[in-house]
Design a protein around this ligand. Structure first.
Ligand SMILES: Cc1cc2nc3c(=O)[nH]c(=O)nc-3n(C[C@H](O)[C@H](O)[C@H](O)COP(=O)(O)O)c2cc1C
Length: 195
């Protein structure tokens, strides 16, 4: 578990020509569906996109790696070869939206872990232009909430321990290796005195 969790990083550069089949994407969504869900409400719907023409239409709406200010996102040839659009089904959502968003976190982590096991990397994209939804005939009860970009990774991503409390910005070195600082256990633990 430690190995697969540590390997399941966010990837943003891919071998674009390596297609991902609809069957594989369905397998990954099946893993998302096994996740825990508040009230077991399971309010998420998923749309699979792997046709190059549609991938091309989606790409301009996506925001990539906010900390890498001089990088505009993956260039042609390194773009995702598939997407999974995560849509909140308002008809199924009974609790507050935060609860549904928790469920989506659980679901997408399952999905990305399963993807990594198949050597497929992904990036959850919350920073998409909301106009993306207008590419589709969106029914009123569905709300586009997250885009998962997927592809065969074409970059090395390594995790390292944060040097201090403020060290959370990922960065790329001169060899193009992407570094992701993670807070150490000792800075995340709290021990509260009893009243
Ligand atoms: C809910 C969520 C939304 C995210 N949105 C974006 C995004 O819009 N663009 C992007 O490039 N990365 C996005 N990421 C990826 C994070 O930047 C990434 O998880 C973080 O840098 C840590 O890297 P790691 O996933 O390899 O641990 C998002 C991640 C999560 C969980």
């Amino acid at each position: 578990m430690q190995e697969i969790i540590a390997k399941t990083r966010t990837f943003r550069r891919f071998i674009q020509k390596e297609a991902i089949s609809t069957a594989t994407l369905h397998e990954l969504i099946d893993l998302a569906l096994l996740g825990g869900s508040a009230r077991n409400g399971q309010p998420w719907q998923y749309m699979v996109v792997n046709k190059p023409e549609l991938c091309e239409k989606i790409f301009p709406f996506l925001g990539w790696a906010g900390y890498l200010t001089d990088w505009k996102g993956p260039v042609e040839g390194e773009r995702p070869s598939a997407y999974i659009l995560c849509l909140l089904n308002k008809n199924r959502q009974k609790g507050p939206e935060t609860e549904a968003q928790f469920d989506l976190g659980v679901a997408t982590q399952n999905l990305l872990l399963g993807a990594m096991e198949k050597r497929i990397g992904g990036c959850r994209i919350g920073a998409f232009n909301p106009k993306l939804a207008s590419l589709f005939k969106m029914p009123d009860h569905l709300q586009l909430s997250l885009v998962i970009a997927l592809g065969k990774p074409r970059e090395t991503v390594i995790i390292e321990e944060s040097r201090n409390e403020d060290d959370i910005r990922y960065w790329r070195d001169e060899h193009g290796v992407h570094h992701v600082p993670k807070r150490p256990l000792k800075s995340c633990l709290v021990s509260l005195e009893m009243c």
